[in-house]
Design a protein around this ligand. Structure first.
Ligand SMILES: C[S@@+](CC[C@H](N)C(=O)[O-])C[C@H]1O[C@@H](n2cnc3c(N)ncnc32)[C@H](O)[C@@H]1O
Length: 355
């Protein structure tokens, strides 16, 4: 409770009084209104001057101005730093991450070594700042293996690692501990989907739970997409997401190795190939080239690089592989760093238009 100056207004005039006080910006928003059978008590902001009080008396003659006890409203901290200040040693505050990834009702944070002992305080802070979250996870390993998954530790909240994530007009069901998913790629996915032309045939070689495939099929309703992934868990969600997003007539999911599928079934069929497996980009590039139609198409190629690497050098190495298999390049309309993966490590996107 907090003692503060307030306005006691008869119930029947409460709405009118509140309107006047709000217009004068004199209501203390950190305190809860009180009431009894006959009156409502509105807390006055501490900045109210004698002149303000005179104005109130003038405009609301039936009110009383008196001190009262008000319940203090809990104000939510605006960010994680504000939430943990005073709960962890001051010198560590500068290491508090400025952002956390949000996937549906799960928050995911990366903590430097010296903050790990304060994980649960930080996790509770994330929940406090983002009340819609149910669970907070800490990244506890790198992304590894063929399925490109990572390990997580629960640091606050409860429940499992399965969630629904909304992006543009799509919804994706996924289990972040069993499949790859990265909300930071949403702009890149939209950039690619925005390029799709009517009646395109797209091959998404490493589709995961379907964020590229489904967005393209929704953005360009006459397109046809083959979505391949080798992870059975990702494939299970991919199939479900295709159905729930209403694109089952346009997206064909395949559980298998992309190299096998493209060489056996899809040679020369695609006007667009998406290769979001940056860790193994070069080794799959030849399969992607074979998948592009004889009259040309676009490969969306992704790779990892050092921040200092020259984009021209990266483009040249892609060109060299393509030319080594006897395919001509029309142009390279786009190349850009699209996100930071780790300190000094970035993901690069290169669009190559083949003749
Ligand atoms: C970096 S993730 C990208 C997933 C998805 N495109 C996305 O943006 O969320 C790469 C995906 O490739 C799959 N993968 C790895 N090797 C594969 C292969 N040889 N054939 C098909 N899929 C593969 C993994 O299971 C993983 O889901």
């Amino acid at each position: 409770m907090k003692k503060a100056l307030g306005i006691a207004t008869p119930l029947r005039q409460a709405e009118q009084t509140l309107l006047i006080l709000r217009r004068l910006r004199l209501v203390d928003r950190g305190l809860e209104f009180g009431r009894n059978e006959n009156e409502v008590f509105i807390p006055l902001s501490t900045g109210a001057s004698d002149e303000d009080i005179e104005k109130i008396k003038e405009r609301c003659p039936d009110v009383r101005i008196q001190e009262a006890n008000f319940v203090e409203l809990k104000t939510r901290p605006r960010n994680l730093l504000e939430s943990v200040r005073g709960k962890i040693p001051e010198p560590l505050l500068s290491s508090i991450p400025r952002s956390c990834d949000i996937i549906g009702d799960i928050g995911i944070i990366e903590l430097p070594e010296d903050l790990i002992q304060f994980s649960s305080i930080i996790g509770r802070g994330v929940l406090e700042v983002n009340p819609s979250l149910r669970l907070v996870l800490r990244k506890s390993s790198e992304v590894t293996g063929t399925f490109r998954t990572r390990k997580y530790e629960t640091i606050a909240g409860s429940g499992n690692t399965e969630t629904f994530y909304r992006e543009y007009s799509c919804v994706f069901h996924l289990d972040i501990a069993k499949v790859y998913f990265n909300p930071r790629l949403s702009h890149e996915r939209m950039r690619v989907a925005g390029q799709a032309k009517p009646h395109e045939t797209v091959v998404d070689m490493f589709a995961g739970v379907g964020p590229y495939s489904i967005l393209i099929a929704k953005t360009q309703p006459t397109s046809r997409v083959t979505a391949i992934d080798i992870n059975p868990e990702a494939f299970r969600y991919l199939k479900e997401n295709i159905l729930t997003n209403g694109v089952a007539d346009r997206v064909v999911p395949i559980l298998d190795d992309a190299r096998q599928v493209t060489s056996l079934m899809l040679q020369g069929t695609a006007s667009r190939v998406i290769m979001n497996l940056p860790s193994e980009a070069t080794s799959f590039l030849e399969a992607a080239i074979q998948t592009i139609k004889r009259d040309g198409g676009i490969i969306h190629y992704y790779t990892f690089a050092s921040r200092s690497d020259d984009l021209t050098t990266i483009e040249e190495s892609v060109r060299a592989i393509i030319e080594s298999v006897g395919r001509d390049i029309h142009s390279v309309p786009f190349r850009k760093i699209i996100r930071e993966v780790a300190p000094n490590r970035v993901q690069v996107a290169v669009d190559v238009h083949l003749k």
